[in-house]
Design a protein around this ligand. Structure first.
Ligand SMILES: [Fe+2]
Length: 277
């Protein structure tokens, strides 16, 4: 029996609004606070919490200001990256420690035998702010190359995190705003045998995929849903603004006996008490 889990918690697509604003009648800050409390109560042994982008709904400084006290009180270290709904300047002003010297929210964190590489796929100087699709510029790709090499030298297996998935998921409106230079990412990950898994957000639904390598094999991909609003299960033609009030969730990543495990935990379904029938 295992008596210890190397564990990280993942929240994506918080979409926090300024005070008084809601999304389809939901208060994103309240939903995140509820999910965070749920996660901290059940997983106080987690070593990291990753916020995988779309922290704010419209990049508003007043939204980030509501998030800061929650994170300041969090007993587990929090790693932050950006999504398409974030804006770099206000997020950096609110959480300046979340950006590297080049101005990107990219991070390497150790989790037992794993190295977690968190990428910043927000459009930046290459294209206009608040473009919805993602992009990894040459500087960010160079960081990834260096970190993949360093992880191999350190004998670490790698889990990569990126807000924008580099693969289609069947919601056409979302597929149109995925990672625009997905091949730049996938070619690197496919060429690195120590990369074990990719975790994404952006879609607002729990999805499992395998991003094929033209040379053979595939990379497993887990996409986690939001603690707040989800995309309705309308495959094919859709709009990315369509949302539905279904249970919010967070992810639980485990490094477990040479296996990367990603759970998706719905909260706010009930009081969570276990009953025997
Ligand atoms: Fe989102």
């Amino acid at each position: 029996m295992e008596d210890h889990f190397d564990k990280a918690l993942i929240f994506t697509d918080l979409h926090i609004t300024p005070p008084g604003e809601t999304i389809i009648g939901l208060d994103p800050l309240a939903r995140f606070a509820e999910g965070l409390a749920h996660a901290l109560a059940r997983h106080p042994d987690a070593q990291h919490i990753i916020l995988l982008g779309d922290l704010a709904h419209s990049g508003d400084p007043a939204a980030y200001a509501r998030l800061v006290p929650l994170l300041a009180d969090c007993p587990i270290p929090v790693t932050v990256t950006m999504g398409n709904h974030d804006l770099r300047a206000p997020l950096r002003a609110a959480l300046p420690g979340s950006f590297n010297a080049e101005g990107f929210a990219q991070h390497a964190r150790d989790l037992g035998p794993l190295r977690l590489l968190v990428l910043d796929t927000h459009d930046y100087e290459d294209r206009a702010p608040l473009e919805q699709d993602g992009w990894l510029c040459e500087a960010r790709l160079a960081w990834l190359d260096a970190e993949l090499t360093r992880a191999a030298e350190d004998g670490k297996d790698v889990v990569v995190f990126a807000h924008h998935p580099p693969c289609p998921v069947g919601f056409w409106a979302m597929d149109a705003i995925g990672l625009a230079n997905s091949e730049a990412l996938l070619s690197r990950l496919h060429a690195a045998p120590h990369v074990r898994h990719l975790v994404c957000g952006h879609i607002h639904r729990t999805i499992h995929a395998s991003a094929a390598n033209p040379a053979g094999g595939a990379l497993p991909v887990t996409i986690l849903k939001s603690p707040c609003h989800q995309i309705p299960m309308i495959l094919g033609q859709s709009t990315f603004a369509d949302s539905v009030d279904e249970p919010g969730a967070y992810g639980i990543l485990l490094a477990l006996r040479n296996t990367v495990v990603v759970h998706s935990e719905d909260f706010a379904l009930s009081d969570g008490s276990v009953q025997t029938y």
